[in-house]
Design a protein around this ligand. Structure first.
Ligand code: XMP
Length: 476
């Protein structure tokens, strides 16, 4: 029997080469997520219910990556999560909340508390701007029957912009007038938008944020290939999802190919990422089916037991390389999904041909992941839960989403605890810093150059031991 050889990240190192980069900042991390969509750092958070909800998706898009919302909830919950990301940040709010001037202050207070904002535009029924109820107006306002018109800052005292107002104009106006909200009106004084200083500040604080054409953060959503997947896809795309991930454990299947065809019809124009796969043939079949990116990884994930349960899988470096060789001929980007433990693994995954990496458990322990922080002694933890774990099946059954009897479930993942690590930005900073260093060692100014420039060597267990910290007791 001729058995080919396959490798994973820890089996190899990248040979350093002469570098023309004079600092890490010479390395550009912008990359392709799908055929249509670029992102500023090659990091995607996994569509696991212990990793990506709206908080994680907001944080990741701001940092330059993207979060893929999990699908282990109802369609309505899923839609709300997409909307939360889309509402988190705007340059121009095109349809701002308004209130009429003869409403009571009490009802205005209730309204702002309900929608979670700090102020309101006051408008006539035909959307003419009459004033603003600012944070300050509310602060000293009496309750009872007082009307909005009695406490608002009236139109004649307002600074306003128009449809020509640019980011720089708005910034100058906020600085000069010390205001928090800049309404935009047309020549007839009709409200056409609103710019807030909070949103301006976010744009300055997060220069790498990935934004859609309306200036909102981008977000992905996962769907399956069974049941309500078409309905879910339509609903999340209508709510604003920028990309869909069709995610099943064995993506090289007729079910997947049929789902791709169905979704191309149901949500035309929305980029489709499909996976997971691990071979060149799978890459060819899914590219022929018309996908916009491929997700690679059968069994490398930290919480996966697929390889133990099924005997099937492919060491991840070989899987990425085999898929990438084919995907490249179609111009389809590749996501290396699972098994990333260090920034060095990201450099190796891209060196093997990936355009981005998907990360699960490393982010499950952050403040932004769904779920509570647990404490044991002086240590804090969160949960990382495999999507095919027993506990996930149990949760789905409680929600009426899993029909199978629990005794008939054959898990291919586990639930585990991971140390609490604080905010995701700190981890991403280290990962991107390591990636940039790796790009410097390989003379890669861009992700495309990193994909081209890498030469791997296989290492022995002695080489592997030498690579880690050894013969010392690290303090930190
Ligand atoms: P990491 O290593 O980043 O991997 O935690 C995340 C990826 O693992 C996959 N995943 C699973 N694979 N059984 C599996 O075989 C599971 O229960 C499971 N849950 C998640 C998934 O591809 C994820 O992005």
């Amino acid at each position: 029997m001729q058995i080919p050889f396959a490798l994973t990240y820890d089996d190899v190192l990248i040979v350093p080469r002469r570098s023309t980069l004079s600092s890490r900042s010479d390395a550009q991390t912008k990359t392709r997520l799908t055929r249509q969509l670029d992102i500023n750092i090659p990091i995607v958070t996994a569509n696991m219910d212990s990793v990506t909800g709206s908080d994680m998706a907001i944080a990741m898009a701001r940092l330059g990556g993207i979060g893929i919302l999990h699908r282990f909830n109802t369609i309505e919950e899923n839609v709300e999560e997409v909307k939360r990301v889309k509402r988190a940040q705007n340059f121009i709010i095109e349809d701002p909340y308004t209130i009429e001037q003869d409403q009571t202050v009490a009802s205005a207070k209730e309204y702002v508390a309900d929608i979670g904002i700090t102020g309101l535009l006051v408008a006539s029924p035909d959307k003419k701007l009459l004033g603003i109820l600012s944070r300050r107006d509310f602060l000293y306002a009496p309750n009872g029957d007082t009307r909005v018109s009695q406490i608002m800052t009236p139109r004649e005292k307002l600074v306003v912009g128009n449809k020509e107002t640019t980011f720089e104009d708005a910034r100058a106006i906020f600085a000069r007038h010390k205001i928090e909200k800049l309404p935009l009106v047309d020549e007839e004084n009709t409200i056409i938008g609103l710019i807030t200083s909070d949103d301006m500040k976010l744009s300055v604080d997060f220069p790498d944020a990935n934004l859609d054409t309306d200036g909102r953060l981008i977000v992905g959503a996962a769907v399956g290939v069974h049941g309500d997947f078409v309905e879910r896809a339509k609903a999340v795309v209508t709510a604003g999802a920028d990309v869909l991930v069709i995610d099943i454990a064995h993506g090289h299947s007729d079910l997947m190919i049929n789902a791709i065809a169905a979704l191309k019809q149901a949500v035309p124009g929305t980029p489709l990422i499909a996976g997971n796969i691990a071979t060149a043939q799978a890459a060819k079949d899914l590219c022929d089916a018309g996908v916009d990116a491929l997700k690679v990884g059968v069994g490398p994930g930290s919480i996966c037991i697929t390889r133990l349960v099924t005997g099937c899988g492919m060491p991840q470096l070989t899987a990425v390389s085999e898929v990438a060789k084919v995907a490249k001929t179609y111009g389809v980007p590749v996501i290396a999904d699972g098994g990333i433990k260090t920034s060095g693994d990201i450099v190796k995954a891209i060196g093997a041909g990936a355009d981005t990496v998907m990360i699960g458990s490393m982010f499950a322990g952050t403040a932004e992941s769904p779920g509570v922080v647990m404490t044991k002694g002086d240590k804090k933890f969160k949960i990382s839960r495999g999507s095919a774990s027993f506990t996930q099946a149990q949760k789905r059954q409680q929600k009426g989403q899993e029909q199978k009897e629990l005794s008939h479930v054959v898990p291919e993942g586990v639930e585990s605890i991971v140390p609490y690590k604080g905010v995701v930005a700190d981890i991403v900073y280290q990962l991107v810093g390591g990636l940039r260093s790796g790009m410097s060692y390989t003379n890669a100014h861009t992700i495309a150059e990193l994909q081209e420039n890498v030469t791997f060597v296989r290492i022995t267990s002695a080489g592997s031991r030498e690579s880690g910290v050894h013969d010392v007791n690290p303090i930190t």
